[in-house]
Design a protein around this ligand. Structure first.
Ligand code: GAR
Length: 210
């Protein structure tokens, strides 16, 4: 059984998609044990509490005198929990290097574009979709990837393409990318990892076995 900790900052629709997929059997052999939010007002915390059997907690950089102190507390908490997998589901805090090193290929992130387009520093949430529309691309999508020391630079696990339609606003596009891509490939990636089917080569290419 894969023990999963989900890190969140906002609405938590991706967290909901994970919990639903576990409950209806699309993800097998995994359970969410902890949800950690940097934002005490994140609706994601409410979703975790409503679900039950999940420890929902807040760990905010704002409650620490410095970022280094927060990073240390964050690292220590994760070392206590010792999750088999950490899922960043709309988590908007940079993961400290100590955590990346302690959990090699055990941290995954969902990003709302087809990496390497529209990713990196400053590309989060609605901004990603604003920039995709401003560039005039005709397709976008979502990516699940392993987290390394960079921003959105880790090995890619799954991607799904979503069409851009005439008249799209960032909000409309965000919703379509969530519905058609994010809420599907994030649970799918967790299920593949729980089934032991995901490996990362020396060349940092991800392979998914049958
Ligand atoms: C999602 O669209 C996720 O892909 C994005 O934040 C949103 C969180 O929504 N993440 C990033 O932009 C990370 N760079 P949610 O709280 O409803 O799951």
């Amino acid at each position: 059984m894969l023990n999963v900790t989900v890190l969140v900052s906002g609405g938590g629709t991706n967290l909901q998609a994970i919990m639903d997929a576990i409950d209806d059997g699309r993800i097998r052999n995994a359970r969410v044990t902890h949800v950690i939010s940097n934002n005490p007002n994140a609706y994601a915390l409410e979703r975790a509490r409503k679900h039950g059997n999940i420890e929902a907690e807040v760990l905010s950089p704002k409650s620490f005198p410095s970022r280094a102190d927060f990073n240390e507390a964050f690292y220590q908490r994760l070392m206590e929990i010792r999750p088999d997998l950490i899922v960043l589901a709309g988590f908007l805090v940079v993961i400290p290097e100590s955590v990346v090193r302690a959990f090699p290929h055990k941290i995954i992130n969902i990003h709302p574009s087809l990496i390497p387009s529209f990713c990196g520093k400053g590309y989060f949430g609605l901004h990603v979709h604003e920039k995709a529309l401003a560039r005039g691309v005709k397709v976008t999508g979502a990516t699940v990837h392993f987290v390394d020391e960079g921003t959105d630079t880790g090995p890619i696990i799954l991607q799904k393409v979503v069409s851009i339609e005439e008249g799209d606003t960032p909000e409309v596009l965000q919703k379509r990318v969530m519905e058609q891509a994010e809420w599907k490939i994030l649970p799918e990636a967790i299920n593949l990892i729980a089934a032991g089917r995901v490996s990362v080569g020396e060349d940092r290419i991800v392979h998914i076995s049958k």
